[in-house]
Design a binder for this molecule. Sequence first.
Ligand code: ADP
Length: 280
Amino acid sequence: MSECTHDCANCASKCSSAGEHPSLIEPQNHFSHVKRVIGVVSGKGGVGKSLVTSMLAVSMQRRGFQTAILDADVTGPSIPKIFGMDDRRVEGNAEGLMLPPMTKTGIELMSVNLLLEDPEAPVVWRGSMISGAVKQFWTDTAWNEVDYMFVDMPPGTGDVPLTVFQSLPVDGILIVTSPQELVSMIVTKAVKMARMMNIPVLGLIENYSYLVCPDCGKKISVYGESHIAKVAMEQHLPVLAQIPIDPRLPALCDKGIIELMENDYLDATAEMLSKMKEHQ
Ligand code: ADP
């Protein structure tokens, strides 16, 4: 991989100054001032990436930061439902830019499901259409002042996540895994992709780590012993959270009231994020 894929203005490399590799990063429009972009990635669907993205946005908004979510998981866009917004539709401003609907606590949200007439209709698009839509969510949305934007990335390390990483000025990525997966391989792939783009990996979040017995309080490793600590050590990454299987979480998502969550699962992650510098 010889091509520069990152925003050279934001890293220590000399690519752009040497005139060799123009940045592929799409500029923000003049309504948007997004200060930090965090990509949330996973190896496959169903590991809880959208839920983690949503809970992180809630945590950061609670800490007083203006937060936004760009739902780039176009073929499985579950974020609007988690916030009880699946009946909301995007409106435009006088300049033809999309205005991101706000959740009850003021988190800005953009998702393909807020554009579709029937949010239950499947999105059967080719990869290029998906990445085009995600790019447009970035360039054609009037995002206003945003301290933290979380991008719910499509699962895997294929074409679409690659294009999204090339087009958006991602400041760091969080990798969400579950104990059933081939964690070592998934993390290694995601780390390699991030390094190719010169994007720092901020840490690992393990979901479905354990179940707390409601009778005795004992932690049960439903999927066997976790390998996350070993993998994290090999890759020199921190484990930022180990989230239990918690039946209250899908209940909150189904009712669209994730903003009422009461847990500290992502406190350490939010603490780390709140110390991140702005990229511009
Ligand atoms: P992904 O975005 O990775 O495809 P989701 O965030 O949509 O996954 O999660 C898949 C399903 O699992 C959802 O119904 C979600 O509410 C549920 N879920 C995720 N994490 C947990 C958890 N820790 N405890 C219980 N249910 C969870």
